[in-house]
Ligand binder design. Structure first.
Ligand SMILES: Cc1cc2nc3c(=O)[nH]c(=O)nc-3n(C[C@H](O)[C@H](O)[C@H](O)COP(=O)(O)OP(=O)(O)OC[C@H]3O[C@@H](n4cnc5c(N)ncnc54)[C@H](O)[C@@H]3O)c2cc1C
Length: 592
């Protein structure tokens, strides 16, 4: 390929996940000519597979319900959670602009949000933790509004979306109760019929929820504001003149095209979940880069970090964790490869299951966050061992809740037993032998766990004691929604390995999302958002939504900075003719 062509725009965004699209939509709405280039055939990246929840304390949806944070509770929480990693400038920018971002998108674009009224922070015992009302999600979206462009949108993650049908957080209970409760049956029947109709008519589901709805709404807004979105168009190198980033070389339809961007370039390529060499350098449990199983799309290969470094940027390696860890199970595929099922919490927190290491001992509170459970696995793995565990449950559990990719009754177990994903034993001992777990120890563990679980307590790990634990338990199970003995054989197990939902180590930036060089100075013309920007929590994971919340917020901030306009939108660029932005969200100016 030779570089013979060139294109020009105001702002070039590399990557089309929530971080990239939030930047693009904001900048276009403020008047810039924006181009988004995406390496994949589809738009959306990990964001389109995600739950779509964004942690944005003091947002207007919570305020409307009279449930916003009082005073500084969220700051108290973050100070406690982040400790030494609390970066005043970054956190203040996030807490100040997050609620503005929500109002801006809700007022100016096709985005609509729902309030996460009952989604608790991960660590309910920490000062300032909230029981809910700090997260917002994307409201469901009718994909037909995208017209033929719907086929640009990445389908939801198949592993967690039966027959390609995304299931919203609030619908989960209907799906696990559809054979038990008439109103759940009606809900599920309607959803399935509508989905089958959509599959026949459109080739994919059109009732979009979660991250798929978030990306669809961003994409619709991008098109409404004239953003050019090019798929199958990977960014290859940055165009740098006199130390300033002026554009990038993009592979477009087999040609090398120089794209010049007068207002700068935004790196939004989703971190490095499939960059084996960076993983080997930054994940202690993966010395060759292969001992880690990310749930993110395979196109996220660390390109943004490499591009940033080529311009003099620095990848932060001082974080408490380089990734947002998650326990993963490996689902065999017909071509002998595996897909990576993230155990987000729907199974781990339910009563009647435990997780054990090959020694047969529990190692964590299974109902804690995916990050905490995986960290506990690392902490208890000896230096000469590989990090792995087993998710162990009884027959009643697997039929009621399913385990990982194994769905509950009436879906059959046999295919999963046949392909080796699910192990089975008529007794605990038989199961232990099938898995290579210490049998005597597993029997002891299950006996001890059961004795306490009957009374609703877990003296070893205090499972079911925090609001976050209980939110994912079984509300109909007493005395503790997360605890029941494993006593209804046969017994089953699925092997768990360390994985992640996102990466945290990213480019050092300032509070305007500008990439910083080794001396801490902003590199002119270069921004990083989403997982290309180093975690503002310093590698800590205080709550669900703590990657998409900052991704959307700093996309909004970067766009304002590139436009050089205040946050009320006044003074936007004159070259586009959209209706006036509404009333000022709230003062605030861009600092340069
Ligand atoms: C199952 C699941 C559920 C999750 N749920 C949540 C949740 O509810 N809340 C939350 O906060 N987080 C959640 N996460 C994590 C969250 O989805 C990610 O952290 C977030 O989506 C990352 O957004 P991003 O914009 O940085 O990258 P992405 O959304 O991954 O987008 C990056 C895009 O860049 C493209 N790209 C890569 N290289 C190039 C290149 N050279 N040129 C052009 N394009 C390129 C990629 O193909 C990709 O499409 C979840 C993750 C998973 C897997």
């Amino acid at each position: 390929m030779t570089a013979t062509e060139s294109l020009a725009c105001d702002l070039l965004v590399i990557g089309s996940g929530a971080g990239g699209l939030a930047t693009a939509v904001t900048a276009a709405r403020l008047g810039l000519e924006v181009m988004v280039v995406e390496k994949d055939f589809h738009v959306g990246g990990t964001s389109a597979w995600s739950g779509g929840w964004m942690w944005i304390p003091n947002n207007s949806l919570a305020r409307a319900e009279g449930s916003a944070d009082d005073g500084d509770a969220c700051r108290t929480y973050l100070r406690h959670e982040l400790g030494q990693a609390y970066d005043e400038a970054l956190i203040e920018a996030f807490l100040t602009h997050g609620p503005r971002m929500i109002d801006f998108f809700q007022r100016e674009t096709s985005l609509r949000f729902i309030n996460g009224a009952s989604i608790p922070d991960f660590h309910g015992r920490s000062p300032g933790a909230a029981l809910g009302n700090r997260a917002v999600g994307a409201a469901p979206f009718d994909g037909r509004q995208l017209g033929k462009d719907i086929h640009l949108l990445k389908p939801p993650l198949d592993l967690i979306s039966p027959f390609g049908m995304g299931i919203a957080t609030g619908e989960f209970w209907h799906f696990v109760n559809f054979l038990r409760k008439p109103h759940s049956f009606v809900h599920v029947a309607r959803r399935v019929l509508r989905h089958r109709f959509d599959l026949l008519r459109h080739g994919r589901g059109m009732h979009l929820v979660n991250g798929n709805a978030l990306v669809a709404r961003l994409l619709k807004s991008a098109f409404d504001f004239g953003v050019e979105v090019l798929t199958s168009s990977p960014a290859q190198t940055l165009l740098i003149e006199d130390g300033s980033v002026r554009g990038a070389l993009i592979g477009i339809a087999g040609r090398n095209v120089e794209v010049w961007a007068s207002r700068g370039v935004v790196l939004a390529t989703g971190g490095f979940p499939h960059d084996a060499s960076r993983i080997a350098g930054l994940f202690p449990h993966a010395p060759t880069g292969k001992e880690h199983w990310s749930a993110a799309p395979r196109t996220n290969t660390g390109d943004g970090l490499r591009l940033g470094e080529s311009a003099g940027g620095r990848v932060r390696t001082d974080l408490s964790a380089a990734g947002g860890w998650a326990p993963v199970s490996l689902v065999p595929l017909p071509d002998r490869t595996f897909s990576h099922f993230p155990h987000l919490g729907m199974d781990r927190a339910k009563p009647g299951a435990i997780m054990v290491r090959p020694s047969g001992e529990r190692f964590c509170n299974e109902a804690d966050s995916y990050h905490d459970v995986t960290r506990a696995l690392f902490d208890t793995t000896l230096p000469d061992e590989s990090a792995q565990a087993w998710f162990v449950c009884d027959h009643r559990f697997v039929r009621r809740w399913g385990v990982g990719r194994v769905r509950p009754a009436p879906f059959p177990l046999r295919p999963w037993l046949r392909n080796g994903y699910l192990k089975k034993g008529r007794t605990v001992r038989e199961l232990a032998l099938a898995c290579g777990i210490d049998a005597a120890s597993l029997e002891r563990t299950i006996r001890r766990f059961g004795e306490h679980a009957r009374r609703g307590c877990d003296p070893d790990f205090r499972r079911g004691e925090t609001p976050f634990n209980r939110a994912y338990g079984d509300p109909e199970h007493e005395p503790n929604p997360c605890l029941a003995p494993l006593d209804a054989g046969p017994f089953y197990a699925v092997r768990i390995v360390p994985g992640s939902l996102s990466t945290f180590a990213g480019l050092a930036t300032d509070s305007n999302a500008r990439v910083l060089d080794r001396q801490g100075r902003p590199i002119p013309g270069l921004y990083a958002v989403g997982n290309d920007m180093a975690s503002i929590a310093g590698g800590n994971y205080p709550s669900g939504g703590f990657t998409l919340g900052p991704a959307m917020t700093f996309g909004f901030v970067a766009a304002h900075h590139a436009c050089e306009v205040p946050f009320d939108g006044s003074g936007r660029q004159p070259n586009r003719s959209f209706p006036d932005l509404g009333a000022a969200v709230d003062g605030g100016t861009v600092t340069t």
